[in-house]
Design a protein around this ligand. Structure first.
Ligand SMILES: [Zn+2]
Length: 273
């Protein structure tokens, strides 16, 4: 995993995934740019410490960050929305986040995981649009369907939209947040949060199995092996991101990962008594 205290130290080259879809993020946290005829959509801004890289990456690909019209967030954690306040000042973009993560973003609740990552959250902002299950975000010819998949945070939203590549249409999908970290007993107890987030998370995984996804993009590079796929692409493989099998496998990995971590935690706590 990335070095979370110095997230800028592991740089990722930006690159094209499909006709209107680009990776512009960092190793520590992914950001994706969707270009449209009406301006651009950025999914997640990443750590504030990395924002200069995201901006630079967008320029490197030949786009202008000032053309970002919408900033859409997968969930309200520091490593996904930390750069938003500064980017809004630069671009005037409209911000979107799951309704139940509003108080994470605007700083009412101290739950952005900034402290756990070794930072303070100074970048609070009031989101412009609160997303609910089934909402569609439209810009130009792009339509992003948003599904509520709580668990990692209450307002975690998963996104689905069409793209094209070499004349064919493909469905892109991303799960908004899958880390078991914020569903562990110690964390829920520390902040007085409900344990039902785990059931909601597992139910969300089941529900997302019903979505057909040809291109799975992760909000962290380790979710879809962004780096490995990029390297394969550089080595001449046609487009390793088009991989319709990966989505289902990923959802299964997420389930196993949570259950394994919970089991480990239980074994640890039994040991100490
Ligand atoms: Zn998170």
């Amino acid at each position: 995993m990335a070095n979370m205290n110095t997230p800028w130290t592991e740089y990722m080259e930006p690159f094209k995934i499909a006709d209107n879809l680009y990776f512009v993020g960092c190793y520590a946290a992914s950001s994706h740019l969707i270009t449209t005829s009406e301006g651009h959509i950025l999914i997640d801004t990443g750590y504030p410490q990395n924002l200069y890289q995201v901006i630079d990456n967008i320029y490197k690909l030949g786009f202008n960050p000032h053309d970002i019209k919408y900033i859409v967030h997968s969930h309200g954690h520091y490593d996904h929305l930390g750069g938003t306040k500064a980017l809004v000042e630069l671009t005037g973009a409209k911000t979107f986040i799951g309704a139940d993560d509003r108080e994470y973003a605007n700083g009412t609740l101290d739950l952005t995981w900034a402290k756990e990552l070794g930072f303070e959250y100074y970048e609070a902002f009031e989101p412009d649009v609160l997303l609910h299950d089934g909402d569609v975000i439209r810009l130009g010819e792009v339509e992003i369907t948003t599904l509520s998949t709580p668990g990692h945070t209450p307002g975690t939203m998963s996104f689905f939209f069409n793209t094209t590549y070499e004349g064919k249409t493909y469905r892109v999908g991303t799960h908004g947040g899958v880390g078991p970290n914020s569903m562990m007993t110690w964390f829920l107890n520390q902040y007085g949060l409900s344990f039902d987030c785990r059931e909601k998370f597992l139910a969300g995984l089941e529900r997302l199995k019903g979505e057909k996804v040809d291109i799975f993009i992760g909000n962290h590079v380790w979710n879809n092996d962004t780096k490995g796929r990029y390297e394969r692409m550089m080595a001449g493989e046609k487009n390793p991101f088009i991989d319709p099998e990966e989505w289902g496998k990923f959802l299964d990995r997420c389930k196993n990962n949570l259950l394994t971590q919970l089991k480990k935690e239980e074994e640890e706590s039994n040991k100490s008594y």
